[in-house]
Write a protein that binds this ligand. Sequence first.
Ligand SMILES: [Zn+2]
Ligand SMILES: [Zn+2]
Length: 375
Amino acid sequence: MKKRLLAAAICLCMVIGLFPTIAMAEETTSIVVGSQTISGSKSNPVYAVTNPDDGNVTVDSGLTEDDSWNIKWDGETLTLKEAYITASSQVDFTTTIFFYPVQSSIFCKNDFTIEVIGNNTITSDNKYYLAPISSERNITICGSGTLNCYNNTSGAFQRRAVYSDGDVTIKGANLTLEGADHSIEANNIFVSIPDLSDPCARPAVKVYSGSNQESASEIAGSPVTSDKINITDNLSKYLRTETLITMDHKLAKYESTPATCTKDGTKAYYYCPVCGKYFEDEAATKEISDIDIWKVIPATGHNIEDGICSNCNAILGDVNNSSILDINDATLVQLYLANTLTETNVFDELLADVTGDGDITILDATAIQAMLSNV
Ligand SMILES: [Zn+2]
Ligand SMILES: [Zn+2]
């Protein structure tokens, strides 16, 4: 009985001890990159740089998102940005059985995603089962960049660029995968279009395969433009994907309006209501980021000659645009100077500087009165 109580007490202690850990646990997952095991999570990602000469990986806990890095691991996605990784350990086969993952260029025990930005190369010259990219679960490859992955080690066997015990899904990206025995080995290999936020984007993924680069040809089902296709049976030693994105905007043209002496005009532009973007050209190659500023053609101002605007015939001093110069104009100048104009008052400031001294003053009201008494 005492033993049972003790066991119960120990259990209770363990549960209490574990509880806060479980409640506060965040998804920290490990991955092997360049023969190093790194652990990261969404809230605590890990960054590393790669050496462009030897493919070695250096994890740097001081790096942040804003720094220059080649590798980012957040527990779910491995982002490669201009990365070059190679694991070249020629391990002892007897230890390889148990420790092989640690010798990989990229290895993960869980589902994970590789996102590629810029040009990336992953390779390894390990003689055993190690594909440069491998997982015990599913692998998804996506991104706007390119990924070159080779496994042509002489004297090795089962040379694959990518290996998965689950499925491999290629979501767009531009890949070149080459293994001397297989490009990819997995339960299923899918190609799908990438996830794009722009509703006007129309992606197409071309898929080429063959025994090598020269003999590769576009496979059945390519280009992929909507649903994913299963390419498991169509795949050879060499695989290349090419993602092309065309834009299908529904453009409406807004014609230009000319500027007048007093009113701004607008430049012609195009608007797509589907994505909400503005463009300078009908081909939608030049996007306008701030339409309200971009479209403005400034008012020209009056071109006064002998008291009359040669463009619009406005009369100098006729600040209420009534087409005659009268005492109301002089009064409005005075109200303007006293800051007592109401919203219903028309006041064309461009006609108010009668003296031409570059400023509106009481002298302008006086000048209007003088002109009226001379009539
Ligand atoms: Zn659009
Ligand atoms: Zn004018």
